[in-house]
Each structure stands twice: as structure tokens, then as C-alpha cells.
Design a protein. Structure first.
Length: 303
């Protein structure tokens, strides 16, 4: 059924958008990454303007994260102290990210910036995860133990050492705060980062237990995505509520399915799937940057 999106100023198939929400929600529940890294490229592929895609999908992240947090809370799968410290850095990063977003939008370079940052961030994170998975597998096979990475050892030498009793780790407070700052800045600019940056960082840099990573990531993402959505609505007026409602309808169902899938897809297999998916998306976005468009010039009517 076709529907007209007032902010995007185009018609789309409602069932297709709902299906996108289901897919994104599924990976959100499975990986604890909110799904933003999937939503924006897919919406752009469907012809929705990148600015509207970035702003609107924050609403979808709030919905999928809420469902995930409720489920993980019941399982005691959230380290609230860690989540609060990530949020501390996230609030500052959100303000900086929104400032950069509005400057690029005023200069007319926001679409290029979104695509370029997606390629760099997704490609870098995906390749890093794949390298770490292969490295861990080789070490286990030959030595049986995995040495701590340099970043984790460095965090143990920094000031403000803090005990995270739920996760049973002791690291510098600057680690979670820094992760929150960088990820939320990316969330404000390209509509993602709070999940696909935080989850690998918590696993490989903070050495959090795998059972607490998903819930803690969704917890901090819930608040950051809500703040990003409000700020986009107030500053750029690019949140399409009808598009958000269609995405939310599908994402709630998909998140529940993804959380159930965590019983069967765990550990290395889940991280490997996530790494491959991120790399494929990065390659797709890179192709869009180098392949010449069908029409070199387009006409856009300013509202």
C-alpha cells in the first residue's frame, strides 16, 4: 500500500518500510546495536533523502532499544553503572555532533559527509572485528589463551580507576566516557554509532562479559537516540513521523525475534555475522561514492 511521506516528500510502499523495520529490529535484538547502521543505508537505497533517513531512524532506534532493554532487564543483563558512564560522554558527544551536522547541512555537504563517514566507520569497525575474531581463533588454537589487547591494558593505567562490580572489571572511567562521546557524536551526524561502535568497544577494549554487552549497549542507546531525535526535530525539522511509525511497527516485532535468536546464535558466530554484515554495507556505500550517477545534475526545490 503506497503512502506519502510529508517530510521526505515522496511516496513509498508501506509494507516495504515495515519489512525494513523487521529486519533492522531483528539485528538490533541479536547484536544489541540499535539497527541504525542498517536503517540509513537501506532508506537511502529506497530513495529517501539521507538527512531525513538519519533523523527519522533515531525514532526507530528508541523503539527497538526500549523492547530490548525491557527484555534484558528481566534477565539481569544490564550493567547500569557502565551504561551511566557511557551516557556521561554521550551527552557531550551529542552536542558536538549536532553542531557539526548543522554546519555541514548549511554548507550543502551533509549527504556526502554521511556517505563518506559510513564507508570509513563501517569499514574500519568491520575489518577490526574480523581481524580480532581471526586473531583470537588462531591464538586459541596454538596457545589456548588470549592476551589482553593494548587498549585494555592502557585503560588500566589511566587515572580514575573504577570498579564495575556487575561486569567484574576495573578500568579507568575515561574509557566508557570516551566511547560514549565518540559513538554519540557519530549518532548525531550519520544516525548510527551508539551501537556498532559501543558493542565492539565493550567486547574488545573494556573486556565486558558477553552476556552484559547487549543489554548495556541498548540501555545507553535508548537515551542517546531519544535525545538525537528531539534535537533533529527542533534544529533541522527532518524527522518524518509517518516513516518513523512504519519503521517502529516492524522493528518491535523484529527485536523480539532477534532476542529469541540469541539463544541459538552466540559468541564468535554472532560477532562474525555482524562483522561480515558491516563490511558488506561499507562496500555498498563505497560503490555509491565512486559509481557515476545516471544523471549528473538534479533540480531540488527548497521548502
Amino acid at each position: 500500500m503506497p503512502v506519502y511521506l510529508p517530510i521526505a516528500e515522496m511516496s513509498v510502499d508501506a509494507s516495504l518500510i515495515v519489512f525494513v523495520g523487521v529486519i533492522v529490529g531483528f539485528f538490533s535484538g541479536l547484536f544489541g546495536v540499535g539497527g541504525g547502521f542498517l536503517t540509513t543505508p537501506i532508506l537511502v537505497f529506497l530513495g529517501i533523502p539521507p538527512v531525513v533517513s538519519v533523523a527519522t531512524q533515531t525514532c526507530q532506534i528508541v523503539a527497538s532499544s526500549s523492547a530490548g532493554v525491557i527484555s534484558q532487564w528481566g534477565r539481569r543483563g544490564i550493567d547500569f553503572k557502565m551504561g551511566q558512564h557511557i551516557l556521561m560522554g554521550g551527552l557531550a558527544g551529542m552536542l558536538v555532533g549536532m553542531l557539526i551536522f548543522n554546519i555541514l547541512r548549511a554548507l550543502g555537504q551533509i549527504d556526502l559527509a554521511i556517505s563518506l563517514l559510513y564507508v570509513l566507520m563501517l569499514g574500519g569497525i568491520g575489518l577490526s572485528m574480523l581481524y580480532e575474531i581471526i586473531r583470537s581463533a588462531i591464538i586459541r588454537r596454538h596457545k589456548g589463551t588470549i592476551s589482553e589487547n593494548r587498549v585494555h591494558l592502557w585503560l588500566k593505567t589511566l587515572p580514575y580507576q573504577t570498579d564495575y562490580i556487575t561486569s567484574d572489571i576495573r578500568i579507568s572511567l575515561l574509557g566508557p566516557v570516551g566511547i560514549g562521546f565518540i559513538s554519540s557524536m557519530m549518532l548525531a551526524i550519520i544516525g548510527t554509532g551508539a551501537g556498532f561502535l559501543v558493542v565492539p568497544a565493550m567486547i574488545y577494549f573494556l573486556r565486558m562479559p558477553a552476556l552484559l554487552v547487549t543489554g548495556t549497549s541498548l540501555f545507553q542507546m535508548l537515551f542517546l537516540a531519544a535525545l538525537a531525535g528531539v534535537m533533529h526535530a527542533v534544529t533541522s525539522h527532518s524527522v518524518d513521523l509517518l516513516l518513523a511509525m512504519l519503521l517502529i511497527t516492524g522493528s518491535v516485532v523484529g527485536t523480539v525475534l532477534g532476542l529469541r535468536a540469541t539463544k541459538y546464535i552466540k559468541g564468535t558466530v554472532a560477532r562474525l555475522l555482524m562483522a561480515v554484515l558491516i563490511i558488506v554495507l561499507a562496500l555498498y556505500m563505497a560503490c555509491g561514492l565512486v559509481i557515476p550517477p545516471e544523471s549528473v545534475y538534479t533540480t531540488v526545490m527548497e521548502r
